[in-house]
Design a protein around this ligand. Structure first.
Ligand code: HEM
Length: 230
């Protein structure tokens, strides 16, 4: 895995007390939904988990209701379609692996739920990959259907460059440059891989605070109790 440098991008959520940038998570969901979801699933995330993160509950109920979900079997033993609800996972682009490969020249777009954890470099890798497409160096032969990207192992990836300037329109007015969308979707995918991230840091902070206070009180008490023996 030595093809991924330690990039050290200036994320706002990686410090030990930093939470995710909520607006970036919301914009990143939009990029995922409008661009990446054409090819990639995010099967570990259910609509309800987005509540208070990217959208309000009412928005999510409406978003879920727009998709058709196959459910069943019912009392007659038949499968049926119903509108999506909050407990459903985000919709997958392909019915199965064969369909996914058939649509992508044999390569399978992986599920992105844990991608920010799965690859060496984590969220830095995702950002580097999305922004890293360039011309292949002279002499490198590229097979048809593969694109040069120095951050991908081997340098030849079956994913066409997914983001171009202005591809989405952000409701908050943020200019949708290629790098801005790459940053936002990277933050969103990092959130998806660690939905407990903010709560974990908050609880860790509380734990350390209480531990520190307890230590101080215990230390003071010990000095006081032992003072007659010294
Ligand atoms: C692979 C992210 C859009 C098709 C990947 C990988 C990531 C990724 C992280 C894994 C690379 C690795 O294995 O290390 C994204 C993001 C997208 C996006 C964040 C949206 C901004 C798309 C779209 C398509 C696509 C629109 C289809 C047109 C693929 C394919 C692979 C892949 C086929 C497998 C590549 C290979 O194994 O050579 N993508 N992707 N992706 N993606 Fe995407």
């Amino acid at each position: 895995d030595d093809h991924i440098p330690s990039l050290g991008y200036a994320w706002t959520h990686t410090g030990f007390l930093d939470a995710f940038d909520a607006k970036a998570v919301r914009r990143g969901y939009q990029v995922y939904k409008e661009v990446c979801a054409t090819c990639h699933s995010l099967e570990k995330i259910h609509f309800r988990e987005l509540e208070g993160k990217t959208h309000s509950k009412e928005e999510l109920i409406a978003m879920a209701a727009e998709i058709d979900v196959v459910d069943g079997p019912n009392d007659e033993g038949e499968m049926f379609e119903r509108p999506g609800k909050l407990s459903d996972p985000l919709p997958k682009p392909y019915a199965n692996e064969e369909a996914g490969r058939a649509a992508n020249g044999g390569a399978l777009p992986p599920d992105l739920s844990l991608m920010a954890k799965a690859r060496h470099g984590g969220v830095d890798y995702i950002f580097a990959l999305l922004t890293g497409y360039c011309d292949a160096p002279a002499g490198k032969v590229m097979l048809p259907g593969l694109y040069y990207n120095p951050y991908f192992a081997g340098g030849a990836i079956a994913m066409p460059p997914p983001l171009q300037d202005g591809q989405v329109e952000y409701a908050d007015g943020t200019p949708a440059t290629m790098s801005q969308m790459s940053r936002d979707v990277s933050v969103f995918l990092n959130w998806a891989a660690e939905p407990e991230h903010d709560e974990r840091k908050l609880q860790g902070f509380k734990y350390l605070t209480v531990l520190g206070l307890t230590l101080a009180v215990t230390g003071y008490y010990k000095r006081f109790r032992w003072s007659t023996l010294k």
